[in-house]
Design a protein around this ligand. Structure first.
Ligand code: OFO
Length: 167
């Protein structure tokens, strides 16, 4: 594997790992506050990011590269509102998308079409995750500070999560 690409993929491993830890902390925050649906949503999101990370690790090693397991920095634990929680989610996903786009740009530049092909799965995942984050933020903007709205928002997410895990 081209060394420059291997380095970028290993950096991507660390971004996915950071996202997984961050979403776990967000699930924890929501759980403590009593938002059970939102907690389930972020527990699942954290799990998904871990899957993204492991997929990259296996791919690097299969291609005769050497995956590096990153140190995890302590994620942010406190949020002032649901709005801030979901804004952080979107910002984080936008950051990851930017990094994935950079890997793809480099693959084309260095003509590594195999990695380019592999990364398409991540592009599709990012599109979906950013759309979910934007959709939830739109709903929160409509709800504003209404407490019963927050209650219903949490319940809707719980139902959505339930349907998702049933497949
Ligand atoms: Fe949504 O971050 Fe992974 O790819």
């Amino acid at each position: 594997m081209i060394t420059q690409i291997e380095t970028l993929l290993n950096e991507q491993v660390s971004y996915e790992s950071r996202a997984s830890a961050q979403y776990l902390a967000m699930a924890n925050w929501a759980d403590i506050k009593g938002y059970n649906g939102i907690a389930e949503f972020f527990y699942a999101q954290s799990e998904e990011e871990r899957v993204h990370m492991v997929k990259l690790i296996k791919f690097i090693n299969e291609r005769n590269g050497k995956a590096v397991i990153p140190a995890t920095e302590k994620p942010r634990e406190e949020y002032t509102s649901l709005m801030e929680l979901f804004e952080t989610f979107l910002t984080n996903e936008e950051f990851v998308t930017e990094k994935i786009n950079h890997v793809i740009f480099k693959c084309l530049e260095l003509k590594d079409y195999n990695v380019h092909n592999f990364m398409q799965w991540y592009v599709a995942e990012q599109l979906e995750e950013e759309a979910i984050a934007r959709n939830l933020l739109d709903k929160l903007r409509i709800i504003g500070d209404d407490k019963s709205g927050h209650y219903l928002f949490d319940r809707d997410i719980m139902e959505y999560q339930g349907r998702k895990s049933e497949g």
